[in-house]
Design a protein around this ligand. Structure first.
Ligand code: CS2
Ligand code: MG
Length: 412
């Protein structure tokens, strides 16, 4: 069948989401997620102005050919905007292929390699009592693996923890799972790596003492350390047996990880801001990482991320797909189908979306005993309610950014 219609839907239920909806000549529909947190409209334009005209009249069944046509045909390659747009087309075509076959997408990818996907959630607190409450709360929600982020003494706002209610946010507290705040200007935060490095090992020691040795614990460094600082932290955290240390250094300097690796056996997870298999090539071949953080939404879709993960499998490197709330329910469903099918699944990040988001996107995944499953509906198993989506118009949103005490802009 040919593609008859392709629409780009920008909606902002609890936060902004960009969704591509493809309709075939016989009325089958497929959805793809193209959300790029804080830069949403750039992808809307890339899709609506440059990609949609190319899709009309194309054969819906030719997923790989369409991917290559969009990627190579543009001449200008890679980058988050391009790859999010291609990802949305790829996901939507897999969704349609599943519906056409009457099978969930994971069946088309080779079938289930496991019964469910271990997922981790984000516990956070400005101090230890608040952090412990948050860990317990996650355990009550069923989480069996937990990311630990904590306030640092002397700093007002730290990535990954709820900040104090502030006038800038209408008297609300700002939580890490919705880091891009709607508003006309980004929020400024402060940062001091030496304080952070002094504080963090004690936090993990306390968490291990309180919750025991079994619970898988993760931590996100959010690109803030130099290579030698990251090496020092990885070494200091070894006694607390982390599942992973994420994005310890800025992603552009891949050689940095050689130095980190020489000093620590703490497992490393990298790459939520990377976009292609080529960005991961050296990291994988040199075995500088243990987990690939790429999201289906930002890596050019199911087809492209599967190739990256198949390559990683040859080096015993596993998946750790990015799954904060800025990945839409469509992108999360795609991640679950892929994660269920591949052999080298590691863990899935999972944060619940808000009630408004769930009213816009009807979903069929399940969450039981800390495990996700994409469900068995044909395709990806997500449908978008256009009328609901229309109730929530786009609102400008920006991620925060960091400055050191002397005013220097630092990585966020
Ligand atoms: C984070 C994200 O989930 C994570 O690991 O790094 O929450 C990240 O801050 C956002 O995706 C940025 O849009
Ligand atoms: Mg991260």
């Amino acid at each position: 069948m040919t593609i008859d219609k392709a629409e780009v839907i920008l909606t902002s239920p609890d936060r902004n989401f960009v969704t591509l909806k493809i309709t075939t000549a016989d009325g089958l529909t497929g959805l793809g997620d193209a959300t790029l947190n804080g830069r949403e409209r750039a992808v809307v334009s890339y899709l609506a102005d440059h990609v949609v005209p190319l899709l009309l009249g194309r054969d819906e069944s030719r997923i790989e050919d369409t991917w290559q046509f969009l990627y190579r045909g543009a001449y200008w390659r890679r980058g988050p905007v391009t790859m999010a747009a291609i990802a949305a087309v790829d996901m939507a075509l897999w969704d349609i292929k599943g519906k056409r076959a009457g099978m969930p997408v994971y069946q088309l990818l080779g079938g289930a390699s496991r019964t469910g996907l271990l997922a981790y959630g984000h516990a956070s607190g400005k101090d230890l009592p608040e952090l412990f409450d948050s860990v317990r709360d996650h355990q009550e929600q069923g989480y069996r693996a937990i990311r630990i982020q904590t306030g640092v003494p002397g700093l007002k706002a730290v990535y990954g923890i709820a900040s104090q209610a502030s006038d800038a946010f209408g008297g609300e507290a700002r939580y890490d799972h919705e880091p891009a705040r709607r508003g006309s200007l980004p929020m400024e935060e402060d940062w001091d790596t030496r304080s952070y490095l002094r504080h963090l090992p004690g936090v993990f020691e306390a968490v291990r003492n309180e919750f025991g040795p079994e619970l898988p614990l993760l931590h996100d460094g959010h690109h803030r350390m130099t290579p030698i600082e990251a090496a020092k932290l990885g070494k200091a955290l070894e006694p607390y047996d982390l599942f992973w240390l994420e994005d310890c250094t800025p992603a552009e300097n891949q050689e940095a990880l050689r130095l980190v690796r020489r000093h620590t056996t703490t497992p490393l997870a990298i790459g939520e801001i990377l976009n292609t298999v080529w960005d991961f090539k050296d990291l994988i071949r040199e075995q500088l990482i243990d987990y690939v953080r790429g999201a289906v939404t930002h890596m050019g879709g199911i087809s492209a991320l599967k190739k990256t993960l198949d390559y990683a499998a040859m080096f015993q490197i596993k998946s750790g797909m990015h799954g904060p709330t800025d990945i839409s329910p469509v992108g999360m469903a795609a991640a679950m189908h892929l994660g269920l099918a591949i052999h080298n699944f590691g863990i899935q990040e999972y944060m619940r979306h808000g009630a408004k988001t769930d009213s816009v996107f009807r979903q069929s995944f399940t969450w039981e005993n800390g495990m996700l499953h994409p469900g068995d509906e044909p395709g990806l198993g997500v449908e978008l309610d256009v009328d609901e989506a229309g109730k929530y118009p786009y609102e400008q949103a920006y991620l925060p950014y960091n400055r050191l005490a002397d005013g220097t802009v630092h990585d966020w």
